[in-house]
Write a protein of this length. Sequence first.
Length: 339
Amino acid sequence: PAMSKTCLEAPLLEEGSSAIADSTDRSWPSWALYKGLTFSSLSSLFFSLCTVIVKRLHYLYPGQLAVIRFLGILVFTAPLVILSRQHPLGPPTLRPLLVLRGLLGATSLFLRFYAIHYMPIADASVIIFSVPVWVSALAKLFLKEPCGFFHAFTVMLTLIGILLITKLPLLFGGADFVGFEVRGVLAALASTVFGASVYIVVRKVKGVHHSVIMVNFGWVAILETSCITLLSSRFEPVHCGLDRWLLVLLGAFSFGGQVLLTRALQMEQAGPVSVVRSAADIVFVFIWQVLFFGEVPDWYTMSGALLVTLSVLLTGLRKWLLSLPESSRTRARLACLTL
């Protein structure tokens, strides 16, 4: 039988991974339906490696690193726009949204880099990638995507997790909280807000070729972050040797991650893409933090990360349940997650 449109919108589990799916449920969709979520996971790998490079190049101002990242996106994307034969500025009616996407994305990334400078990469990334909880709420307001009472629970889990990660109660304890950086936490939280807005805007312009979206993102972001750097600091010379190659990799990884994320958002709902990307990114940054920097997260960070990840996964599970047919017994058994 033909598969309904809702079944095609947001599958979040790989084929064959569900042991509870019963014979009354529809058969699993083809591989093509998972491309968006796969692209989202791969973009997390590239972006998490960018985070490692930013942390390694700590002597450079975050705005300068952001300019280099956006320059890489612009340079690598320009040939794609030429090959696509699209107008580089996009359709006239959508140009304001494309510029807005660039401004929101540039601000989010600058704040993320700023947070990484003042916090361990795992702490900053877990806060930043609590985005799915806020994306789903914004998607309800602006994209009319499903969102119910269940989100109140996931928001609470996320907020508790963030409090544990930032060790906020220890602000009143004194000596044990030497490593706390208010600037880093505020930057991470602000980055989350701007990052959630990016998902919504990209979904609004999903009919535009991905290379056009990225070119506009690149030039707008370069202008914004260059101005921020010149007003707040200055451009510093890069150390010779490995650091220069790391800057090249920063641009290349940024391009790869941005292509994959843009394609993922055009192929999938905003909620599932942000869920998969966030969950994957949290795992990657914990691995990189231990592997490259030898920093083992404390129990506050681990507990907070567990709560945030649980919130993200519950949000993803809800999206998957909503994609099942109304007659599905799996959906009926887990109906509490669809409230």
